[in-house]
Ligand binder design. Structure first.
Ligand code: KG4
Ligand code: ZN
Length: 354
């Protein structure tokens, strides 16, 4: 039943290659529709121009489906939330223009959302019953991180360790100085001849492989920042050298290659997280972003709970990769603080989390 003070948010996410629209009633998710883009598979990465075109094609049907699934009419909406960045400018522009028009025509506030804040606040999405294609009713009483908590946010464009002291208070403690870990997964997959995005495929092949068979270098940095460009290059040379000796090397050792490379990346991610956990004394530890769907990362972080006295928070699979539900929940907390945007805002390809 609708109460007078219920806040209904329609949110749009279009920062990369997923067009998504979600509708929330306060913190409760009513619908979350995602249209992916297969066109990039063959290119080994997202082609920005093609991504924008597909967003343009998908946005109206996706918004329509989200409204229908939630059984909400446009006039019930309290605000429109939208990803302003970081991401691909052309992709962001499609979602942002659509969101502005909707907010103008309905005469309701526009709320800009930082995509990386969204990934983290995905931990605060509530779900209930059906009415959503991806609902997990058993999860409706899930535990949420308490403030302050640390979040290892790992995606195709970012690798960060963030301290969160309140819903909208973020402090960046570490980040990658070059490539993101998702890129390290995807580029290695491309070298192995696998389609984009290769992260989930490496994860799958790794499950039957020996994680200790091959070794890769860990960069030495003075801070707790990350660097993934060196390991990516080391991986390329390793595959080239081995293929010169045996042209069937990749085929014959695919599982062991994936397992060893994945184990290397995950241990490197966790090494700095453990160090920052010790340094800050914070023991509420979350992961977020596309790479938080990785099965080894999910398993290993839970296995560290006892050793470091951590309480860990692992997002539901459907809220790891890009989705508009995370934008809606962030929009809700901004709505409570009346943090609204003007019609002049433009996409931000780079957008600091803090
Ligand atoms: O958060 P996301 O959907 O988009 C960005 O904001 O970048 O993350 C996409 C990234 C891709 O690099 C993809 O390969 C990676 O997440 N990814 C995975 C897994 N599932 C998605 N990486 C490793 N293992 C997975 N299971
Ligand atoms: Zn993302």
């Amino acid at each position: 039943m609708q109460k007078a003070n219920d806040i209904y948010i329609l949110s749009i996410e279009s920062s990369c290659d997923d067009t998504s629209c979600a509708i929330t009633k306060n913190t409760l998710l009513l619908s979350n529709i995602i249209a992916g883009q297969k066109v990039h598979e063959q290119y080994g990465g997202v082609i920005p121009e093609l991504a924008s075109r597909d967003h343009q094609k998908n946005i109206v049907p996706v918004v329509d489906a989200a409204l229908k699934k939630a059984n909400i009419s446009l006039k019930q909406l309290s605000a429109i939330a939208v990803t302003r960045g970081p991401g691909l400018s052309g992709s962001l522009l499609v979602g942002l223009s659509f969101a502005k028009s909707l907010s103008l025509s309905l005469n309701i506030p526009l709320i800009e959302v930082n995509h990386m804040q969204g990934h983290i606040l995905a931990h605060f999405i509530d779900e209930e019953g059906d009415g959503n294609q991806i609902l997990h009713p058993s999860n409706s009483a899930k535990q949420k991180p308490a403030f302050p908590f640390l979040c290892l946010t790992v995606s195709g464009g970012h690798t960060q360790i963030v301290k969160i002291t309140d819903y909208l208070s973020f402090e960046l403690l570490a980040e990658t100085e070059d490539d993101a870990v998702g890129e390290a997964f995807d580029k290695a997959a491309k070298i192995l001849g696998l389609p984009y995005p290769g992260g989930p495929l490496i994860d799958r092949y790794a499950q039957k492989g020996d994680p200790g068979k091959y070794k890769f270098p860990t960069p030495y940095l003075k801070s707790y920042n990350y660097s993934f460009s060196g390991v990516k290059t080391a991986f390329l040379y390793f595959i080239q050298d081995q293929t010169k000796l045996n042209e069937r090397f990749v085929n014959e050792n695919l599982h062991d290659i994936c397992a060893s490379y994945q184990a290397h990346l995950i241990h490197y991610l966790l090494k700095n997280l453990i160090a920052i956990g010790k340094q800050t004394g914070i023991n509420q530890i979350a992961i977020a972003g596309g790479v938080s769907a990785n099965s080894q990362l999910r398993k290993e972080i839970i296995s560290l709970e006892k050793k470091y006295n951590w309480k860990t928070f692992i997002p539901e699979f459907q809220y790891c990769t890009d989705n508009a539900a995370m934008i809606a929940i962030t929009g809700y907390y901004k709505y409570l603080r009346k943090e609204f945007s003007g019609m002049e805002i433009t996409p931000l390809a780079r957008f600091n989390i803090a």
